[in-house]
Design a protein around this ligand. Structure first.
Ligand code: IPE
Ligand code: IPE
Ligand code: MG
Length: 260
């Protein structure tokens, strides 16, 4: 079992949950069976992250580009989202999770959007883990939408265009509320970001695994966190000798087992 430290967890963990289709294909099942099994991994991951004490968990559930998939697959995914939102409501409320959606949710069918908005408003005041569900989400789209809003404000004389900088543009992005991404996990073996949190991943650490999303369990989550905890995040700076020896000490110290 992989050991992790509980004092240096990623504050913001983001996951590109990929590989459902291939998981199903390998078993001779329809792709939609992979999505169903994938929703079990979502449940597990949310539960483990909450118990560990991760502050923000952002899950890529459906991209803007995923609308291009066959209608029956999109429909099956929407039905699963609906089922997930209904089934998880009680546990989300009981455990104090704050649910937030990211993306152009107006594109979602009303039977998904209504449940999502209800859960968002019911949990807005809760102080537990922040769970961001990226649905109909694209990183470029999010930045473009924010730029348009700032342009409108400038046009109306509410802001000075000269005042727009990375801070004010960042603050306009809904995904920034969860803070910058510390660790991004992508399952399914692809080495790409597929238009996920482009802004927030500026200094994220990446963990890629060939494991297909329905097979992603607690042990592999711990492996990802353990790998993250061994990284040296420099943010463009030079590491001092003092920090080097601190790091060596950290690497040598035995990790605390996580009891979840
Ligand atoms: C990820 O699994 C789920 C969504 C994109 C909604 P995929 O459906 O992309 O699975 P693969 O990549 O085809 O295996
Ligand atoms: C990314 O997976 C989107 C989600 C996990 C929701 P995709 O399967 O859509 O990504 P590509 O097409 O392989 O880049
Ligand atoms: Mg995929």
């Amino acid at each position: 079992m992989t050991l992790i430290r509980l004092d240096t967890l990623p504050r913001h963990l983001a996951v590109i949950m990929d590989g459902n289709g291939r998981w199903a294909h390998q078993k001779g099942l329809p792709r939609t069976a992979g999505h169903r099994e994938g929703s079990e991994s979502v449940r597990r991951t949310v539960r483990t992250c909450r118990k560990l004490g991760v502050e923000t968990l952002t899950l890529f559930a459906f991209s803007e580009q995923n609308w291009e998939r066959p209608v029956f697959e999109v429909r099956a995914l929407m039905d699963l989202f609906r089922e997930f939102l209904i089934k998880e409501r009680a546990e989300v409320l009981r455990t104090g999770i704050r649910v937030r959606s990211l993306g152009r949710v107006q594109r979602l069918p009303i039977y998904v959007r209504a449940l999502l908005e209800q859960l968002e408003s019911e949990t807005a005041h809760l102080g537990g883990m922040r769970l961001q569900l990226a649905m109909s989400y694209g990183g470029q789209e999010e930045i473009a939408d924010a730029a348009r809003r700032l342009a409108e404000k400038a046009k109306n004389g509410e802001i000075d265009p000269a005042s727009i900088d990375e801070k004010s543009l960042g603050a306009e992005l809904p995904s920034s509320e969860g803070g910058p991404v510390d660790l991004l996990i992508r399952t399914g073996g692809e080495y790409r970001i597929s238009n996920f949190l482009l802004w927030g991943c500026a200094y994220a650490e990446f963990y890629f695994t060939r494991t297909l999303w329905p097979d992603f369990g607690e042990e592999e989550l711990f492996r990802a966190i353990n790998s993250y905890q061994k990284r040296n995040r420099r943010y463009g700076r030079v590491v001092t000798e003092e920090e080097h020896s601190e790091e060596r000490k950290l690497a040598q110290s035995s990790a605390t087992p996580a009891h979840v």
